[in-house]
Design a protein around this ligand. Structure first.
Ligand SMILES: *[C@@H]1O[C@H](CO)[C@@H](O)[C@H](O)[C@H]1NC(C)=O
Ligand SMILES: *[C@@H]1O[C@H](CO)[C@@H](O)[C@H](O)[C@H]1NC(C)=O
Ligand SMILES: *[C@@H]1O[C@H](CO)[C@@H](O)[C@H](O)[C@H]1NC(C)=O
Length: 308
């Protein structure tokens, strides 16, 4: 029988020696932990409660393909179109949704948001980053996937408005992508950042789990120092300087994962670095009483009027 002391010693050894060392010295492990990828076969969106939804796969780079859902607006059905792409030009706004880490495009709170946007007569295009191709994830890989989807939408959307909506880690993918799109004069009509952060190093420093690894110099040495060179820095506070389109930040004060002060740092970085004559950068905070946490801003009754 192993003694209790023995078991505790093993757990502490893993927690305070093995895990920090692997995190620091294995870029692959680090990237997997940042993305926490998970995906399955989502070829039947109706099993997830979504009507009028097409599942398809898109190649975003040679040998890499991503699974995509196109959720039609509530007032359109696929019966009226020869190809689903035609529906994108009907004038209904199109939302390209960039989800956060862990789970997939089928995760419950995400489906809840799609249903809301559908009821407002928006298209939603949501996809899983390149996990399904079994490649090691990186920031640039995720941005490339998102950019291909954006170009696909733009190819068919005509005069319809295209909005990029990122949540959590997806806000960093979106901010970087939109800055790049603005630089080549192909901006979306708007960017919505739900529960965003300034940069991922600061998220690590303030995450409930890294409390175990104080002092901060230890957290930095083992958890944040290599994020940059491993291509998972996600420094939106830098990229927001290039986001020229109208941008709306949404954040809940009771968010336990990304504390609201990290969102404010992003907002302030944007105010400081973006020229005053650019389209507005706005922030809306939701009160603790609304119980939104990190994932449920979609339940706020005023959300439709805020985004419209
Ligand atoms: C996903 O499931 C569908 C329906 O069960 C099946 O037809 C399809 O081949 C599966 N796709 C993959 C990639 O496994
Ligand atoms: C559907 O709703 C959109 C947005 O409200 C509107 O622009 C469009 O004309 C509507 N289309 C139909 C077929 O009702
Ligand atoms: C992240 O944000 C903090 C606080 O604004 C800043 O001090 C730091 O330089 C940023 N970047 C990194 C990589 O930590």
């Amino acid at each position: 029988m192993p003694s209790v002391v023995g078991v505790v010693a093993v757990i502490l050894f893993i927690l305070y020696v093995v895990l920090p060392l692997i995190f620091r010295y294995s870029p692959a492990f680090q990237r997997q932990l940042v993305f926490l990828p998970y995906t399955m076969n989502y070829s039947q969106p109706e099993l997830h409660g979504l009507s009028g939804t097409r599942n398809f796969y898109m190649s975003t780079e040679p040998k890499i393909s991503v699974g995509v859902w196109h959720i039609l607006p509530g007032n359109l059905t696929d019966k009226s179109f020869k190809t689903i792409e035609e529906s994108l030009a009907c004038g209904n706004p199109v939302v390209l949704y960039l989800h956060g880490n862990s789970g997939s495009r089928a995760t419950g709170h995400r489906v809840e948001l799609y249903k809301l946007l559908k009821s407002l007569n928006y298209h939603v295009i949501s996809f899983d980053y390149r996990y399904s191709s079994n490649v090691v994830m990186s920031e640039n890989g995720a941005v490339t996937d998102a950019t291909r989807l954006y170009q696909y939408i733009r190819k068919f959307s005509g005069k319809s408005k295209v909005i990029v909506w990122g949540h959590s880690l997806g806000t960093a993918v979106g901010t970087k992508m939109v800055a790049q799109l603005c630089a080549v004069n192909q901006p979306p009509d708007g960017l919505i950042l739900e529960s965003p952060f300034n940069n991922i190093s600061d998220v690590f420093r303030n995450h409930p789990l890294t409390i175990l690894y104080r002092p901060l110099s230890v957290v930095d040495r083992f958890f944040t120092e290599r994020l940059q060179s491993n291509n998972v820095a996600f420094d939106s506070d830098v990229h927001i300087a290039g986001v020229e389109c109208p941008t709306l930040i949404l954040h809940a004060r009771d968010d336990p994962i990304v504390p609201v002060f990290l969102t404010k740092k992003l907002y302030e970085a944007g105010l400081k670095s973006r020229p005053a004559e650019w389209s507005p950068l706005q922030i809306v905070e939701f009160h603790e009483d609304l119980n939104c946490g990190h994932e449920y801003i979609c339940r706020v009754p005023q959300l439709p009027s805020i985004i419209e």
